[in-house]
Design a protein around this ligand. Sequence first.
Ligand code: ADP
Ligand code: MG
Length: 208
Amino acid sequence: MMKIKLNNIGKRYHHDWIFRNINFEFLAGEPCVIIGPNGSGKSTFLQILSGLVIPNEGTVEYSNNNQIIPVEHIFRHFSIAAPYLDLIEDFTLAEIIDFHFKFKKHLEGVNDTLLLEIIDLKKSKNKHLKYYSSGMKQRVKLALAILSDTPILLLDEPTSNLDKKGIEWYQMLIEKYTASRLVIVCSNNQTQEYDFCTQKIDIGSYKV
Ligand code: ADP
Ligand code: MG
């Protein structure tokens, strides 16, 4: 089982501590929401979990069935959908799917045809992503992350730009494809994007 253990994590930019003294254990099958207002440090925290940002204090330990995973290998084990990670806009949908799955495996039972059906943008398959609406792009980001065969799934404000139908679609994907994985969601209090979470971290309570 996948586990991420935080020991006294703290992060500051210049002299300002964003958060400090976070101790927590994330486990597969126990989805967790990171909650807090704009600028409270949710995205910074998620980037620490993904190994993209280094904390100023404390350590992050990754393990699978008690087997330690070194931080420099952790990118193979997670997929992420976040506002600051942009799709390659000069690609068509078909091309971005092809490109993405050069690096990640499909979740079992999912192939490119099914993926296009799930994203429900088949008509736009040969359109460049720069001509997609922000909601269409968000669907693509979420589908690529959720339908990759990775034990860790990191979602930063996943329902941003989605309409009501899109939010229901996201909830269906979560229910169907993430039960056994380690899922972490950042949310600015949009309950529809983290209803399924059984754990919660209020990042605002780790201010100094
Ligand atoms: P949230 O995702 O909760 O909106 P962020 O993690 O994006 O919050 O930002 C938390 C704080 O850290 C903000 O005050 C932001 O300005 C600051 N911050 C984030 N990244 C940097 C950086 N690279 N350099 C300096 N300050 C940063
Ligand atoms: Mg953020």
